[in-house]
Ligand binder design. Sequence first.
Ligand SMILES: [Zn+2]
Length: 419
Amino acid sequence: MHHPKITYAFTALSLCVPALPAQNADATRNDPRVRAALDSIRAHNAWTLAQQISICQIPAPPFKEAQRAQELRRRFVAFGLAKVRIDSEGNVIGERTGTGKGPTVVISGHLDTVFPEGTKVTVKRTGTRLAGPGIGDDCRGLAVLLAVARAFNEVKLREPGTIYFVGTVGEEGAGNLRGVRHLFSKEMKDRIDYFISVDGIGLGITSRAVGSHRYRVSYQGPGGHSYGSFGMPNPIHALGRAIAAISELRVPANPKTTFSVGIVSGGTSVNSISSDATMEVDLRSESAEALETLDAQFQQAVQSALASERARWPESKVRLTVKLDTMGIRPAGGQADSARIVRVAQDAQRALGITVGRTEASSTDANIPIGIGIPAITIDGGGTGGGAHSLTEWYDDGVKGFLGPQWAALIVAMLAGRE
Ligand SMILES: [Zn+2]
């Protein structure tokens, strides 16, 4: 039950970035090679959709992304990326090597889906609409990566900085961001200047990381007969006390901070005192500080419930304990809208005629770099869609789906050094 102290990189980030004139996006876009890459993306839009469908028809359940990873690796090689490899955690990495000293930029999408083994992953296509598990989240992101890689290769675009293309493992749920964690703690530790995750439908920017703490809490005792052993602490009753206390917690609306007991389990039979009662709890906030406060209140509720249930049966010598396991910790944090990476993404939106909306907060692969002060955003991959994490997930490319990969291409071209 240890969790890292999150340090905010807010001030450092906004102080050390040079001012970026607004015309840079246009200058980059008007560079002949970048222009040609953007044109190529548009011209090859049908190809991009074919990539999205075919990669999505390879299953990628949590912790079982290997088959899809192998195929992504094959395509990275086929579409001109250099030094393509799969790292020890399972991430697929390829690069467009830069010409010299420029910032290192990572553009990534996640390989994994939430769907278990055996899920039917056939994609059904009706006009511009595609339906199938994972088609948006995050087959769209992977398709965007491939579209950008192919176009940069076709026009032989070289930036001062090296651009890495990464398919990450373990973004969803229990994966607990294991792929991107490995990337920043080992594989590419201290080598990444900017990180872009393409994950989501639409054309929005996520610049703040919603952090989450997830726990499994188990109250345990010897258990016994409901009648014969009456008078001993009851793990299920202790759990009930804890849930009652958690449900009364007060959290700020802004920064948005939330809690939920998502799963409860335990019990042997109606005429038993159970030996175990378990809940899984999800705590979230945009603010690292608010999340720490909520976490402390939650821990307090868990311990008080134990104490109250013990105190209810002062004569009993029977042991009641609580076990608290960490299921996942994702750091919270944010960047000001004035951070260079956010402004670059917004300038690129303007240059492509995309409406600049409000920046969002979410829980994505970008949480890890944001948590350690490395500029990172998650961008949507274009199109429209819905039903993420459900079997009825769909994606519609509409008439301007190509704007997603064009936008991603322009952002990475700008960040890698064309200023
Ligand atoms: Zn996703």
